[in-house]
Design a protein around this ligand. Sequence first.
Ligand code: SAM
Ligand code: SF4
Length: 350
Amino acid sequence: MSLQQITTIQPNDSTQPSGPLAGARDQFGRVIDYLRISVIDHCNLRCVYCMPEYGLKFLPVGELLTPAEIASVVRVAVDAGFRKFRLTGGEPTLRPDLLDIVRQIAAIPGASELAMTTNGILLPDLAKPLVEAGLRRVNIHIDSLDSARLTKIMRWGKLEDIWRGIEAAEAAGLTPIKLNAVVTRGYNDEDVAALAALTIERDWHFRFIEMMPFGSGECAQLARDQYISNDEVRARIEAAHGPLTELPAADVSDESRNYRLPNARGVVGFISPVSAPYCGSCNRMRLTAEGKLHLCLLNDDEMDIKKQLRQNGPDAVREILLKAVHQKPVGHRLHEGLFTQNRRMFQIGG
Ligand code: SAM
Ligand code: SF4
């Protein structure tokens, strides 16, 4: 369903669900069944489009949802029809009790398809224990295959550390390996052909993400000045490797449009929230590390689930989750220069 189609749909109160469901529906009829759970806002890197290098304040530990609280929210979400769960951050592997979080979520019937998005640096030690705890897949973020350029864009990151993380994930069976890059003009736009070429010999999935603005600081300015569309990225990849063949969408809510290079084993994907918004098929809800439901990535609307959980227990969580789903906004307004002001990407989780 396109954004244009969905904005013509009239809100309908009869879509408000009760009881276990195949998927909670919002007021526009979208099935919302994917919860992205940020477990921490801290990070061991400072990617240029995500965080300023210095001067950040992170959440105190007492503000973070505990593993038991996260599991409570997931239990309620499963009962409300959510089926996909992904841990993110900040950098989720910095959370000392990450294995406990994974173990508690993976033990919930209906939440076993658990994935994580990470910069991969700590995976050499963590990949195997994470699999044993119940994690199924990871998306690893790598912006360049050139050491100097990777450090320019991911600042405190080193190519060899991330590469070791990718190898550890593959060896531990966190497959299919999915890799992400945010393409930023003047930083890694000359790397896109080499990154896409990783999919020729390997059964990997490489996704190029368009940079989005958040807040009002240097990262938002960068997203305005150094933005590069996925049409341009695609043209550069095709100029180097030949035509990409589009693959049928396995899942209508997949934000990535997927292609294959000639004779390649893996997949090249394009996630284009700026040039080709996919709001009409968005199936996501986001839980921030301090327990707020963030209704849409590019919008400030939030509901406080931690307060409800701590004061009134899981029944109150169910009520607020269904309300959040029902009120999820449709269609971002980036083209009008409007986007999330109160949070940056590391405070939402991507
Ligand atoms: N630290 C982990 C990582 O980098 O994968 C997980 C959190 S990070 C916020 C999640 C995703 O957001 C990453 O794939 C990252 O590339 C993406 N991201 C961060 N800032 C972005 C921005 N301004 N625009 C688009 N994607 C962004
Ligand atoms: Fe950290 Fe991920 Fe943000 Fe990079 S994109 S600074 S790795 S949270």
